[in-house]
Write a protein that binds this ligand. Structure first.
Ligand code: SIN
Ligand code: MN
Length: 207
C-alpha cells in the first residue's frame, strides 16, 4: 500500500517461516564476533537500541559511514549477507523501485527501545539525489512508527509496524522524517519465540 508518493507499507510481506529464519540470522549476527552495541551519538546521548551495521559502519559521532567502527571498538563492519541483500532488492523491486543494497543497519529494540524523529541522509549525495529507497523489515514485537514530511515541523502519521512488515521509502519520500516512539511488548508472533524487535534498514550508499 502506497501511503505517500514513493512510500510503501507492505503489511505481512514475510511469512512466519521466513521471519523465523531471519530472526535466527539476526540473533546470530548481533551475538557474533563483531557484536551489536549501544551507540553514543554526538552530544553524548546513548541510543535506545543495540546496533550492528553490515557492509558499512554508520558512525554515530560523525554521522558518516566508514569500514571500521572507529567510534566504538575499531572492528570492521561485517559483510552484508547475500541473502539479506537479495531480499532487500526484491522488496524494493516489488514497489517499482531499484535498489542494489550495499549496507544494512540492524537494530534491536527491547521493551524500552525507541528512536527519535530523524532523516536518513548520510548516504552519498548521488544516492540521495537519485531517491534510491531505504528498505525496512520488522521482526518481533510491534513498533509504533512515525512517518512525517521532509521538514521536521511537518505533521507526522503514526502507524504500526508488525512482524513481517516491510516499509520502503524512496523517490520523493526518501528524506522524510521518521522514528519509533515505542515497542508494544508481547506482540511478537509466538512462533518466533522472541521478545523485543529487530529492524533491518537497507540502503545503497553509492551507485
Ligand atoms: C531507523 O529509522 O533507522 C529505524 C526505523 C525502525 O526501527 O523502524
Ligand atoms: Mn532511519
Amino acid at each position: 500500500m502506497e501511503i505517500a508518493p514513493g512510500a510503501f507499507h507492505l503489511h505481512r510481506y514475510l511469512a512466519l517461516e521466513a521471519q523465523r529464519a531471519l530472526v535466527d540470522q539476526c540473533q546470530a549476527l548481533v551475538d557474533g564476533a563483531v557484536p551489536a552495541y549501544v551507540p553514543v551519538v554526538r552530544g553524548g546521548g546513548r541510543m535506545h537500541v543495540r546496533m550492528l551495521c553490515l557492509g558499512r559502519h554508520w558512525n554515530g559521532k560523525t554521522y558518516s559511514y566508514e569500514q571500521t567502527r572507529t567510534d566504538f571498538d575499531g572492528l570492521p563492519a561485517p559483510p552484508l549477507p547475500e541473502n539479506l541483500r537479495a531480499l532487500a532488492n526484491a522488496i524494493a523491486a516489488s514497489t517499482g523501485m531499484t535498489l542494489d543494497a550495499d549496507l544494512c543497519i540492524l537494530n534491536y529494540y527491547d521493551a524500552e527501545g525507541r528512536m527519535g524523529l530523524h532523516q536518513d541522509k548520510d548516504e552519498s549525495e548521488r544516492s540521495l539525489a537519485a531517491g534510491l529507497p531505504v528498505v525496512s523489515i520488522s521482526l518481533g514485537d510491534t513498533a509504533k512508527f512515525l512517518f512525517g514530511g521532509v521538514r521536521r515541523r511537518e505533521p507526522v502519521d503514526a502507524l504500526l509496524l508488525e512482524s513481517g512488515d516491510a516499509f520502503v521509502f524512496g523517490g520523493p519520500s526518501r528524506l522524510r522524517y521518521h522514528g519509533v516512539t515505542r515497542i508494544v511488548p508481547g506482540t511478537a508472533p509466538p512462533g518466533l519465540e522472541m521478545s523485543g524487535r529487530f529492524n533491518l534498514t537497507f540502503r545503497q550508499y553509492d551507485l
